[in-house]
Every structure is written in structure tokens, then in C-alpha cells.
Write a protein that binds this ligand. Structure first.
Ligand code: F6P
Length: 342
């Protein structure tokens, strides 16, 4: 079989471990393993597949990024990108494994519904893919947020400041909530549970009055600005034809409002792409390898239209349609635990 693999959307630490897990199974069983460059663009514009060997997979388990390259490619502008992919897959490949988040898996699902032999792999540091407890890259992002807060706390405490930390995460608050919990933030703002600017001011004021010399306020990039008294602008999470979430500057917005209130020294740190770069954690490497290997087994067994997901610490197979249904929000009880530490 000619088994193609691509990574689409934003990169995430652990992608190479997944490619290695998948490729090792495919090559060990004597199949051709084809790396497709730059996500869907490598199928929709010009076919960009090249054979990979076990040597190509050597020592990549700990490397960040993706050896294949990735892209945010708009398949519908100009129209016809999806149909073109069906033709290219038919001509060049017997199976495709698409490693990506919800945007990618919605396209995988479309291709599957139109007859393409496709298997997904769940990836996004946002961890918001429906139907899986884990997405490649999330653990590394949370670890970076945690370490950043550890570092910010010492300078915040020394200067008696309010430190606002802006994280990635798109429309959900997983990275902010889990990073904030692990780092010991005293306030975490996420899209799922909006609070007002009055609540924020009340919090930092009460904390100071209680004798705490500083505050760490974590803000997820996707929070709603209108709830905080700001003006919302057109938002596109994919960066195609709209505004990227990071450009809304929600961290600075919150910091400026606290500053305008008076009585606090405030600083902002936008963690940005530091959350996506560099080496994956051991946890990401292990689970990425496991879902990559499971994707190969799905291809081998002809289980197309599926995606290996993590549920209750096990890798199980789910229909692609299960994950192509919108985002998985942070549940209320977990958020309440995150905000229980004043
Ligand atoms: O989906 C992953 C993610 O890192 C989001 O958290 C973030 O909003 C977006 O991608 C940033 O995308 P780009 O790298 O295209 O700016």
C-alpha cells in the first residue's frame, strides 16, 4: 500500500513522534510511506509527496515542529480544492493519514464521506477536539505556561505587581485553565465562563487587602471582549480572511483596565508561539506515538473514516464524524477547581 501522511493547521510539539509511530508500523510491514508536504496544500495544489524511509524517522521523536511542513490552506478559495484532493489521492495514494485539529478533521470527514480512504490523528495544543481526552501538543503547551508562571511569580512577588499572562487556546480555555492551575494563578479568564472587568478588579483588590503581595491573572486569547466592556472585532481562528485571535490583545486589554483603575502596578506577558515551539514533553511523545501507531493499524485493517482517540487512558477508534462536530469546552467543575485557589 502507498500510505500518505500530512500535518495540517498550526504545528504542535509531538507531530514528529506521531509520524514516526505511524511510519514505523507502515514500513515494518513493507508498505510505502509517503510524506506529503505542507498539509492539504500538498494534495490540493500540486501533489507534494515523497517517500520516507526509517532513516527519515530516526531521532525525530523529540523534535518539535513537523518534518513535513504544515500550512493553513483554504481549500474553498479558490473553489475546487477538495475535489482536486479526491483526484490526487485516487491517483497517487491508497490511504491518507491526516494529523490535525478540528478544522483538519472536518476536512478529513468530508473526504471520507466522498469516498477517500482516510484516517485522522488528533492534534492541537488547544486540546479542544471533540471526542478525545487528549490532543498532541497540549501537555507541552501546559508545561510551558506552568514554567512561565513559575518564573513570573518570583518577579511579581518581588515588585508586588499584577502579572497578566495571555495564553493560546482559540475558542476554549484548556491551555489557560490547566496551565494556570498548575502554575498557581489566582485568577483565570477563559471563554467558557465569562466574567466582567468589575469582577477582575474586585478580585485583585480583595487579594491585596487579604495580604497577598501580588497577583497572577491568566487570560485565554479567546475570551470575549464585550463581556469585559471592550469592543469585539471580526474574529477568525484560522487566520484566513479575518483577524487572528492573538491580534485582539486581550492580555493587554485586561492589564490596561486594571492599570486605569489605579492602585496596581501591572505588566503583561503574551506567551504566543513559545507555547508551540521546541521539544515535546515525554507525555506528548508517548501519546503521539501511540495514536500514530494506532492510525497505522486502522489503515492496515481498512478502518477508514476513523480516528484513534484517547478515552480513559486508552487509545480507541472513533468515527471521524465524532470529532468533526465543534469544540470540547472546559467543564464547569474543572474550571471551579482552577478558580478555588485565591
Ligand atoms: O490552534 C493552535 C493555535 O496555536 C491557536 O492556539 C492560535 O490561536 C493559533 O493556532 C495561532 O495560529 P498562527 O500560528 O497561524 O498564528
Amino acid at each position: 500500500m502507498r500510505i500518505g501522511v500530512l500535518t495540517a493547521g498550526g504545528d504542535a510539539p509531538g507531530l514528529n513522534a506521531a509520524i514516526r509511530g505511524l511510519g514505523n508500523g507502515a514500513l515494518s510491514d513493507g508498505h510505502e510511506f509517503i510524506g506529503i508536504a505542507n498539509g492539504w496544500a500538498g494534495l490540493a495544489t500540486e501533489y507534494a509527496g515523497r517517500p520516507l524511509s526509517k532513516l527519515d524517522l530516526n531521532y525525530i521523536v523529540g523534535n518539535g515542529g513537523t518534518i513535513l511542513g504544515t500550512a493553513r490552506h483554504n481549500l474553498d478559495n479558490p473553489p475546487g480544492g477538495r475535489e482536486r484532493m479526491l483526484e490526487v489521492i485516487d491517483e497517487h495514494l491508497d490511504a491518507v493519514v491526516a494529523i490535525g485539529g478540528d478544522g483538519t478533521q472536518r476536512i478529513s470527514n468530508w473526504l471520507s464521506q466522498h469516498g477517500a480512504p482516510i484516517v485522522g490523528v488528533p492534534k492541537t495544543l488547544d486540546n479542544d477536539l471533540a471526542g478525545t481526552d487528549y490532543c498532541i501538543g497540549f501537555d507541552t503547551a501546559v508545561s510551558i505556561v506552568t514554567e512561565s508562571i513559575d518564573r513570573l511569580i518570583t518577579t511579581a512577588a518581588s515588585h508586588h505587581r499584577v502579572m497578566v499572562v495571555e495564553t493560546m487556546g482559540r475558542a476554549t480555555g484548556w491551555v489557560a485553565a490547566m496551565g494556570g492551575l498548575a502554575g498557581g494563578a489566582d485568577l483565570i479568564l477563559i471563554p467558557e465562563f465569562p466574567i466582567t472587568m468589575d469582577d477582575v478588579i474586585e478580585h485583585v483588590t480583595r487579594r491585596r487587602a487579604s495580604g497577598y503581595g501580588f497577583s497572577i491573572v491568566v487570560v485565554a486569547e479567546g475570551i470575549n471582549l464585550e463581556t469585559l466592556g471592550g469592543v469585539e472585532v471580526g474574529v477568525s481562528t484560522e487566520g484566513i480572511g479575518g483577524v487572528r485571535l492573538a491580534t485582539r490583545g486581550v492580555g493587554n486589554f485586561v492589564a490596561n483596565r486594571i492599570d486605569e483603575h489605579g492602585g496596581f502596578e501591572v505588566r503583561t506577558t503574551v506567551l504566543g508561539h513559545l507555547q508551540r515551539g521546541g521539544t515535546p514533553t515525554a507525555y506528548d511523545r508517548i501519546w503521539a506515538t501511540r495514536v500514530g501507531a494506532a492510525a497505522y493499524e486502522a489503515v492496515r485493517d481498512g478502518n477508514f473514516g476513523t480516528i484513534p482517540v484517547v478515552r480513559c487512558n486508552e487509545v480507541v477508534s472513533a468515527p471521524l464524524s465524532d470529532v468533526a462536530v465543534g469544540q470540547r469546552p472546559v467543564p464547569r467543575d474543572l474550571y471551579e477547581l482552577c478558580t478555588a485557589f485565591f
